[in-house]
Design a protein around this ligand. Structure first.
Ligand code: ISJ
Ligand code: MG
Length: 461
């Protein structure tokens, strides 16, 4: 059941070629059709055949997937990256021919991408393939939304192109993407694990606590890195497969850039926008899961009442509340947090809902929110300065906004935690924690250890 017939595709492409000729420049065209049930992970795996970078996004609490293949158009930005990205995206939408008979979020023209945590930092070699802001409009996107399946094809058409040839090329690529095998690859196992300077990291936590006790800051989030060597090249499909089955309440994502892949399963929503309705999340304060139901409930109750964790959490709530007041009306935030249970740990969680004021976009919100005190600190500039000077690593895209947007103003961004950069048979994993006045370096170290568990376990550790 392919709803747009081949002839329609060809005539849309013909229209694009004519446009390109009359404007004397390339024309971007986006065509969405409904397709039969398609397995997102197998689609992702088949895309390897095409040798293009892939992008994956799902929310494990919903039936929603986006799988992007290749890049028909790239939006990069260094300075003023939020404004620049938004400007380029809007221009693209204005110029594009968009054929999308569906009103479903995640269909039509969609861009997927992310940013680095801190654009003022000179990129290290590790992150050289990941720009400070890098969004793609994939050549092909599979969208799964509430039991319906859609395929969008985005093409840049030149004056000299022939619609028949373009249509044949698309048909051929689609056949490859749909001709998936029934078995998914197995995961490689971990060969060795190298914690980068744990003692030095605990010393940095100590210094952050001293700074806070001298009233120079209130909260500083510090991250550390674990370097992994695998016995074989990692299978990104296997990583995603295991995340999807094991990490409920999470955003499972993968962004490939020239073979390197940033993956993770983040429980932290930054912002979701659907029909002008905003949803954001305050997530901070952490405890392990109990071995039994009873023990688990005891840990949850302690976490809810623990002053140190509550203060980590409240900094985030206050900041998000203030940020929302600038751009939103009808802001609703519960008085007290609840428990957000995950496989390996539990967090304090406060949801925020609001209505976006007319004239503002999701970019305004991201710009205002990033980094929240869940990943930066309070005050923002003081804590960022401490992180820049004292943290012994390049966070790259870890801790930064990643997500997607569609041509109907729907979109969702998560904060890229519980994540790592996979490079063939090696990987760098990242985890951090909120340091406040009564932080104990050893306890914070142990907290980061449980935050590494999701990534370690999907890498066969
Ligand atoms: C920084 C991370 O997580 C953040 C820090 C938390 C904490 O310190 O309690 C909890 C959730 C996130 O806000 C991470 O997972 O790397
Ligand atoms: Mg913490």
């Amino acid at each position: 059941m392919i709803e747009i017939k081949e002839e329609l595709i060809e005539s849309l492409l013909e229209e694009a070629v004519d446009q390109a000729k009359s404007n004397n420049k390339t024309q971007i065209i986006s065509m969405t059709k409904e397709i039969n049930e398609t397995n997102p992970l197998r689609f992702f795996e088949s895309a390897k055949e095409l040798g293009m970078d892939r992008t994956f996004w799902t929310s494990t609490s919903e039936q929603f997937y986006l799988v992007g293949v290749g890049s028909a158009f790239h939006i990069g930005a260094n300075e003023y990256r939020f404004q620049n990205t938004e400007k380029q995206w809007e221009k693209l939408l204005e110029d594009a021919i968009i054929h999308n008979p569906y009103k479903v979020p995640g269909t039509g023209m969609v861009t997927m991408g992310g940013m680095s945590f801190d654009p003022s930092i000179r990129k290290s070699d590790l992150w050289k393939k990941f720009g400070h802001s890098s969004f793609t409009i994939p050549k092909f996107i599979l969208t799964v939304n509430e039991g319906k399946y859609f395929m969008t094809t985005n093409v840049q058409v030149n004056q000299a192109d022939h619609s028949r040839q373009l249509a044949n090329g698309i048909k051929h690529a689609e056949e490859t993407l749909m001709s998936y095998s029934t078995t998914l690859p197995a995961q490689a196992r971990i060969h060795s694990k190298n914690e980068i300077a744990p003692q030095q990291w605990m010393d940095t936590v100590e210094r952050a606590t001293e700074k806070i006790n001298q009233d120079e800051a209130e909260k500083i989030v510090l991250a550390r890195e674990v370097r992994i060597k695998l016995k074989d090249d990692a299978s990104i499909t296997a990583v995603l497969d295991q995340f999807i089955t094991s990490q409920s309440n999470s955003f499972v994502f993968a962004f490939e850039r020239d073979g390197d892949c940033f993956v993770g399963a983040s429980p932290e929503r930054l912002v979701k926008l659907k029909n002008q309705q905003l949803l954001s999340t305050c997530l901070a304060g952490t405890a392990p899961r109990g071995m039994t139901k009873e023990e688990d409930r005891k840990i949850s109750n302690n976490l809810l009442q623990d002053g140190k964790n509550r203060s980590e959490h409240d900094f985030v709530v206050n900041m998000i509340k203030n940020a929302m007041e600038l751009y939103c009306t009808s802001i609703q935030i519960p008085e007290d947090p609840v428990i957000y249970p995950l496989k390996n740990l539990q967090h304090l969680y406060t949801p925020v809902t609001a209505t976006l004021k007319k004239g503002y976009s999701i970019f305004d919100i991201i710009k205002q929110l990033h980094p929240t005190p869940a990943l930066g600190g309070v005050p923002r500039e003081e804590s960022l300065k401490f992180i820049r000077e004292q943290e012994q690593l390049d966070r790259g895209w870890y801790g930064a906004p990643i997500g997607w947007l569609d041509s109907n103003q729907n979109g969702e961004f998560a904060v890229a935690i519980r994540s790592g950069l996979i490079q063939g048979d090696e990987a760098s994993l990242f985890a951090g924690c909120g340091v406040v006045k009564d932080s104990d370096p050893q306890a914070e170290y142990e907290e980061t250890n449980i935050k590494f568990l999701p990534m370690l376990s999907v890498l066969g550790g």
